[in-house]
Write a protein that binds this ligand. Structure first.
Ligand SMILES: Nc1ncnc2c1ncn2[C@@H]1O[C@H](COP(=O)(O)OP(=O)(O)OP(=O)(O)O)[C@@H](O)[C@H]1O
Ligand SMILES: [Mg+2]
Length: 223
């Protein structure tokens, strides 16, 4: 059986001032599918991922996530959609430096009113999965690059999203940590049938994907 489309983008455009960054981008992804997006620096990959993750808005085009038209959602509905269905691994993490790693993992659950006991259980389970259970009481600046990367993945999965969007999740890692991080993301994808959309410069990461799309000057093509 083919899985339903979880995300469908049609003809998305985005400009900053007079510069057009995305020129009508279309793509879709199904449950359990791993889609990689490659392409040169500055071609618009992060911009696209932020729009797909409802962190930024497109100027035109359509975006449907889990059957909902993003443009038609109120900001409260959008926050709900983002919280329940999407997990985002940012290119530069964005951990809150004054909070412990454990508290940082709790942040995505706060707007969803998850019960305190359940929050704690999820934090421990996610930290265990990525192997940072002994770092939960520390501040982010005490973690290594690889540990921060794994903490970012734990945070992205904490609400058990249907889609994980990850921007260069192995960008700061050596070969061994890249392998471990990808194993982790694929394990989450396979066990929870999560769709994975990963932006990467790394050919070894792109080779693991079911499908690879290439961004060139704000246009997306199949490889
Ligand atoms: N908030 C912004 N305001 C103005 N210009 C922006 C903004 N965000 C991105 N840009 C511009 O949009 C273009 C695409 O940026 P983007 O971050 O999407 O590229 P990228 O493909 O992710 O690059 P990299 O591989 O280096 O991460 C760049 O020219 C960038 O300067
Ligand atoms: Mg980028």
């Amino acid at each position: 059986m083919t899985h339903p489309k979880l995300l469908k983008a049609t003809n998305l455009t985005k400009s900053y001032g007079k510069t057009t960054i995305l020129h009508g981008v279309s793509l879709s992804v199904r449950a359990g599918e791993f889609l990689a997006i490659v392409g040169p620096s500055g071609s618009g990959k992060s911009t696209l991922l932020h729009i797909l993750g409802c962190v930024e808005q497109a100027d035109s085009g359509e975006l449907e996530i889990c059957g909902k038209n993003v443009q038609k959602q109120s900001s409260a509905q959008l926050a709900e959609l983002r919280g329940h269905e999407l997990g985002f691994v940012f290119q530069f993490f964005y951990f809150q430096p004054h909070l412990t790693v454990g508290k940082n993992l709790e942040v995505p659950m706060m707007p969803l009113h998850t019960k305190v006991k359940e929050r704690q259980a999820r934090i421990e389970a996610a930290a265990g999965l990525v192997g940072i259970e002994n770092k939960l009481k520390q501040k982010p600046n005490k973690l290594s690059g690889g540990q921060l990367q794994r903490a970012a993945i734990a945070r992205a999965t904490i609400n058990r999203p249907k889609i994980i969007l990850a921007d260069e999740p192995t960008g700061n890692l050596d070969g061994e940590n890249t392998r471990r991080t990808m194993e982790l993301l694929l394990e989450i994808k396979n066990s929870q049938n999560t769709a994975l959309i990963i932006v990467t410069h790394d050919d070894t990461v792109a080779e693991m994907a079911d499908r690879v799309l290439r961004m060139e000057d704000g246009r997306l093509q199949a490889c």
